[in-house]
Design a protein around this ligand. Sequence first.
Ligand SMILES: Nc1ncnc2c1ncn2[C@@H]1O[C@H](COP(=O)(O)OP(=O)(O)O)[C@@H](O)[C@H]1O
Ligand SMILES: [Mg+2]
Length: 321
Amino acid sequence: MIEKLDIVVVGELNMDLILTGLPSFLEMGQSKLSKDMDFTLGSASAIFASNIARLGKKVGFLGKIGDDILGDYILQNLLGRNVDTSKIIRDKNEKTGICVSLSFSENYAMASFPGVRESFCLEDIDFDYISTARHMHLSSYYLQTGMKERCSELFKHAKELGLTTSFDSDNDPSGLWGSSILDTLQYVDVFLPNETEALHIAKCNDLQSALNILSDVVNTVVIKTGKNGAWVKNREQTIHANAFKVEVVDTTGAGDSFNSGFIYQYLNGADIDKCILWGNACAAISTTKIGGTTSFPDITELQYFLSERSEDLQKIIDIRI
Ligand SMILES: Nc1ncnc2c1ncn2[C@@H]1O[C@H](COP(=O)(O)OP(=O)(O)O)[C@@H](O)[C@H]1O
Ligand SMILES: [Mg+2]
């Protein structure tokens, strides 16, 4: 008998190599020295899984890695955060992917090798395992090229099995933003894009129109707006919450950390005020160190962060429609 999971994450897996403190951008034929580096668990899905597990939810992961050192490292990281990795497939014929990121204070430049994540597809999904969870989450829709084609079937089946669902499209590197994503969105309960992604997917130019258009398809639409916080619209109301003021070091994984805090409270049955507050708090803390999981808090640390700001909390939600 498999133990009941709170959440199953279906997603891509890779490592990140982040170089910080480079004197300037790279030039052909020249070598530069960085001041520091981090070799850390990458990929939106893994950051989300790892962080929501750290908050205390029982998390299982469905994904694919190579039978190599990077794959070992990913498993070690997820296991260290109590994520169930028993269903992660190890492919002997393909390599695990890696993302090399040059991180500067204002911006970053990345180069990625996608590797085995591109062949992960619906045929790899164990629906018996999915049926042991009460919620399913998928991030990086556009990067999961093998899964993308039949993603609507994945979500439809999860709904038929009685799960609630959440979905973060993340960026479309091809720039095409095809409308087939709407086939999946009809089976999504909580949709969590950032502002740029929301405008592309809704095919409009302003955030309020995007909220209206997307909430015709999805029950709860959450649009993350970077240092300006986030918007949420559901059937009852629309609210905006400001971001928390923190010393930002690196925003890698801020959106995924937001998703962890938001979905943690969503699974607790909290109202959307509390979900957005926890989303913003988890995201803000995540920006205070390099990488998406390094500074992520446990429940005690998060409650301390919120209690230190208890006076400001009244003002965080600034618009309610
Ligand atoms: N400079 C910042 N200060 C505080 N919080 C931030 C900052 N930048 C981002 N965040 C938090 O991270 C969340 C996600 O950031 P955003 O850039 O919109 O998404 P993504 O990382 O998916 O692109 C925001 O909604 C906010 O809560
Ligand atoms: Mg994102």
